[in-house]
Design a protein around this ligand. Structure first.
Ligand code: CAA
Length: 261
């Protein structure tokens, strides 16, 4: 494992094909300061380049996944500075990741913490997880996708309620509303995320990237446009060696050997 100032990175799984990023600023409940988000971006750059890595797990600590943007760091910022510097725009690195990312969330996922979890492709939660967008208590609004992604994840009424009241949603409620796909005992969240990541990493990386791109298009496009886009990507799989290998292996009753081509 490599320990940065704010983030631990490692490779996990039997085949070392899972990129692992752990937010490690425990004393501040993983408040997402500029330095921390820079380390997350750098780790993602490295894992995207790493040909062995087929899936990434992002996690925090047992008490907090992340308690949001760093309030102390941003409290004295002025409009001109945040506007001209496009404050928080660099957080999009996570949303732009081509490889699938699983968030393993124990404890608080508040404000920016909830927002970066929602930038991931799958969210697993520990039983103690709490999701919320408490920005209104600070006189601001969610600024890293909360107003948009939460709506799409759980619908308008629930998203409005969380954003306007600053109330928190439990792991169980988050699962019921579709924000989270599974809930686990706290000490199993990360392992379960790694297990799922290993499974994903066992498939062709080019196919998983295509799956991800097509599913994400569902957020942006009308049904007709989305279906058209899907068909184009589906057809494009016929240009890959891995599509041929997958179907040939099935026909020959053997396991496929994918080469990510
Ligand atoms: N920024 C900076 N520091 C934070 C922080 C944050 N978001 N969240 C927690 N900390 C710090 C605390 O200041 C405290 O530091 P000190 O020990 O130096 O005092 C330390 O972490 C531990 O926190 P608490 O003592 O508050 O721990 P607690 O268990 O009593 O409470 C909590 C936990 C309910 C999560 C509480 O810390 C809290 O409310 N945090 C802020 C949550 C929040 O408002 N998040 C939204 C931020 S704005 C945002 O994210 C904008 C956006 O859309 C991107």
């Amino acid at each position: 494992a490599t320990e940065g100032q704010y983030v631990i990175t490692d490779k996990k799984g039997e085949k070392q094909n899972v990129g692992f990023i752990q937010l490690n600023r425990r004393k501040a409940l993983n408040a997402l300061c500029d330095g921390l988000m820079k380390e997350v971006s750098d780790a993602l750059d490295a894992f995207e380049k790493d040909k062995d890595v087929g899936c990434i797990v992002l996690t925090g600590g047992d008490k907090a996944f992340a308690a949001g943007a760093d309030i102390k760091e941003m409290k004295d910022r002025e409009f001109a500075e945040v506007y001209s510097g496009s404050f928080l725009s660099n957080w999009d690195r996570l949303a732009r990741c081509k490889k699938p990312v699983i968030a393993a969330v124990n404890g608080y996922a508040l404000g920016g913490g909830c927002e970066i979890a929602m930038m991931c492709d799958i969210i697993y939660a520990g039983e103690n997880a709490q999701f919320g967008q408490p920005e209104i208590t600070l006189g601001t609004i969610p600024g890293a996708g909360g107003t948009q992604r939460l709506c799409k994840a759980i619908g308008k009424s629930k998203a409005m309620e969380l954003i306007l009241t600053a109330d928190r949603m439990t792991a169980q409620e988050a699962e019921k509303s579709g924000l989270v796909s599974k809930v686990f005992p706290i000490d199993q969240t990360v392992n379960e995320a790694i297990k799922t990541a290993e499974k994903i990493a066992g498939f062709s990386k080019i196919t998983s990237a295509m799956c991800k791109e097509a599913v994400n298009a569902a957020y942006e496009l009308s049904l007709q446009e989305g279906l058209h886009f899907e068909k184009r990507i589906f057809h494009a799989t016929f240009a890959t060696a891995d599509r041929k290998e997958g179907m040939t292996a099935f026909s020959e009753k053997r396991k496929p050997t994918f080469t990510d081509n």
